[in-house]
Design a protein around this ligand. Sequence first.
Ligand code: KIV
Length: 288
Amino acid sequence: MSEKSKELKKVMISDLWSMKEKGEKITMITAYSYPQGLIVDEAGIDVILVGDSLGMVELGYRDTVPVTMEEMLSHTRAVTRAVKRAHVVSDLPFMSYNISIEQAVTNAGVLYKDGAADSIKLEGGQDMAEAVAAIHRAGIPVFGHIGLTPQTAALLGGFKVQGKSIDQARKVYDDAIALEEAGAFALILEAIPKELAALITEKVRIPTVGIGAGVGCDGQVLVLHDMVGLFKRFTPKFVKVYADVYTTQVNSVEEYIKDVRSSDFPGDEHSFGMSADTVEKLREQLGS
Ligand code: KIV
């Protein structure tokens, strides 16, 4: 097998499990569109999350609560059309799995079947274990998400670190065990103390992927727009910003506006021409 085709071999769940076993870090990032899917796949990311953070960073909602199944499906399809190698996870939005087990399995099926996602993710621990087990039984791989769960942040006292007290820490730990037992193949640990994340990572057999959970997880995930500097409303403490794409784009559009106003754009290299003879004939015909 050539190096290139080895690189393009699809990342399977079994690959993520063996990465945990070998102590190789799992890389994960969000993407919401066809070009973003192409970019992060070309960069060699292992897992792409079409997250419901879509609502905030692409659709301008105040938080993730208003995101709909239709929006998740459309963006999941755009990303899966682009991606060749990475494992693509699609997020079930708020109230698409919270009403009944039947609703959870049906909507997981929509993102998996119609969206062509490789797995689905939902938020919640012991309270969601039954839904996770039912989706898993239906043949759809489930990525769990515990700690700070943004869809229900109002019940957690806002966007706060979870698991700092002994009772809270025990709850997050029990959530992890419940999801593993329910059949989740991996877990997002969001905004929990690094010591607790490391302990959970040691105790569960499935990979943990942290966001604001320290370096002791099996992998890390960030929101693309946060790490490339495309979302300016706020930047959480746990984000490392690698670029300022927002400013680059503003500067490019400002230059374009200047060029159009000064007639510096389009130049000859951006224009099509016709022969002098044809121009002359046309002028004659038009009497000008
Ligand atoms: O929607 C999302 O981007 C997420 C990540 C924060 C893990 O759930």
